[in-house]
Design a protein around this ligand. Structure first.
Ligand SMILES: [Fe+2]
Length: 345
C-alpha cells in the first residue's frame, strides 16, 4: 500500500507567512498546496481533492473567507476546514464554525499547533466515516488489488509488479510536482497498465520460455490498447486509459501502439514507461536473470533520450541512487512470497 500524506490547501494573502507555515506543515507529515487569494482557492477546490483547507478570513481587507468556506462545504463536504482569524473578527469566526468550519485559530498561527489540529480533526473524521463502512479509498485499494491479482493470475511471474510500479510511479510523479488528482490517476494507470493482457487471444505467449516469434510479439503488443478499451470510456478514467495506452511508447517515437514521440506522450505515460521497464528488468524470469542495479543504471544512461524522456530518466536515476538496491531486490522477495519457484530450484 502507498503511504498517503494528507493533502492540505493553505490560503493566505501574506506570502511570507504562507511560505514559512507551508514549510513547517510539510515537516509535520502534510502535503501542502499554497494559494494567495480566495478566488484562486475556489478554483483549486473545484478540481483538486483536499483532506483539509486552512484559510485566512480577510484578504487585502476583503472578508472573503466565508466564500472559501462556502466553496469547501459545497465542493468538498468531507474536508476539514480551519479558519485563521485576526482578533477583531473572532466573533465572525465563531459564527463561521456554526456555518461549517471545523475549527479556528487566532493569528499569528503556530504551524505546529495547526498541524496537530489538522491531524486530530482528520483522525476524528476517519472514525466518523469508518462507522458507516468502507470509504472510497478503501474501495480503490480493494479493486486495485483485484485488478493486480487478475493480471498476475495469467502471468504469475509478474507477482507484485503492478503494486511496485504504482509505488515507484507515485514517488517519481511527486518529483515532477504533479497535482494530487494526476498522481491518483497515475497510480491507477500503474495498477492497470498490463490489464489488457488478460484479453489476449492466446495467454500462453505471456509465460512462454524463450523468445517470442514475430507474430506472437505482435499479438502481445495489442495489450495497451486492449486494456484502455476495456477500462472503458468513463470520463473519470479517460486520463487513466491514456496512461495505460502510452506505457510502451518511446521518446523517439519507436514504441507502440501509435509510435507517438516526445511531449506528445503525457508525463505520467513517460513516467510509467520508465518505471515499468525498470521493474520488469529487475524481475528474474525462467529465461533471464534479474539485472543488477549497476546494469540497470547503465541501461537507463544508454537509452536516455531515445527510449526514455531524458528528464524522467534523470529524476529516476536520482531515486535509484537512494532506493536502487531495495528496488532491484524487491521483485525476487515478492515472487518468493507468492510461492513462485524456478525450474532449477
Ligand atoms: Fe505492458
Amino acid at each position: 500500500m502507498t503511504e498517503e500524506r494528507p493533502t492540505i490547501l493553505l490560503v493566505d494573502d501574506d506570502r511570507t507567512t504562507i511560505e514559512l507555515m507551508g514549510a513547517v506543515l510539510e515537516t509535520q507529515g502534510l502535503r501542502v498546496d499554497r494559494c494567495h487569494d480566495a478566488q484562486a482557492a475556489i478554483r483549486l477546490l473545484e478540481t483538486i481533492h483536499y483532506d483539509a483547507v486552512v484559510t485566512d478570513v480577510v484578504f487585502d481587507g476583503r472578508p472573503e473567507g466565508d466564500q472559501v468556506l462556502a466553496a469547501c462545504r459545497k465542493l468538498q463536504p468531507l474536508a476539514v476546514v480551519v479558519l485563521m482569524t485576526g482578533y477583531p473578527v473572532i466573533d465572525n469566526a465563531v459564527s463561521a464554525i456554526k456555518s461549517g468550519a471545523t475549527d479556528y485559530l487566532q493569528k499569528p498561527v503556530d504551524p505546529i499547533v495547526l498541524a496537530a489540529m489538522v491531524h486530530k480533526a482528520l483522525k476524528e473524521r476517519e472514525l466518523d466515516t469508518s462507522a458507516d463502512g468502507l470509504q472510497f479509498n478503501d474501495l480503490v485499494e480493494i479493486l486495485s488489488g483485484m485488478v493486480a491479482q487478475t493480471i498476475e493470475r495469467v502471468d504469475p511471474y509478474t507477482a507484485g509488479h503492478a503494486a511496485r510500479t504504482r509505488r515507484y510511479s507515485r514517488i517519481l510523479g511527486e518529483r515532477f510536482q504533479l497535482d494530487p488528482s494526476t498522481l491518483e490517476r497515475l497510480e491507477l494507470g500503474a495498477i492497470a497498465h498490463d490489464y489488457g493482457k488478460i484479453y489476449l487471444d492466446d495467454l500462453g505467449f505471456l509465460t512462454k520460455k524463450g523468445k517470442l516469434t514475430e507474430e506472437e510479439y505482435k499479438e502481445v503488443q495489442r495489450h495497451p490498447e486492449l486494456g484502455a478499451r476495456k477500462l472503458g470510456a468513463h470520463p473519470q478514467l479517460r486520463e487513466v486509459c491514456r496512461y495505460v495506452v502510452e506505457h510502451h511508447e518511446r521518446w523517439d517515437g519507436k514504441g507502440y501502439p501509435y509510435g507517438i514521440s516526445g511531449e506528445k506522450i503525457s508525463i505520467p505515460g513517460r513516467i510509467l514507461g520508465v518505471v515499468e521497464v525498470f521493474d520488469s528488468l529487475s524481475t528474474r524470469r525462467s529465461y533471464k536473470p534479474a539485472w543488477s542495479l549497476e546494469k540497470m543504471q547503465g541501461f537507463f544512461d544508454e537509452y536516455r533520450g531515445t527510449a526514455f524522456d531524458p528528464e524522467v530518466v534523470d529524476e529516476f536515476q536520482a531515486l535509484l541512487a537512494v532506493h536502487g538496491e531495495d528496488w532491484v531486490s524487491q521483485p525476487q522477495k515478492d515472487l518468493a512470497a507468492a510461492g513462485i519457484r524456478f525450474d532449477e530450484e
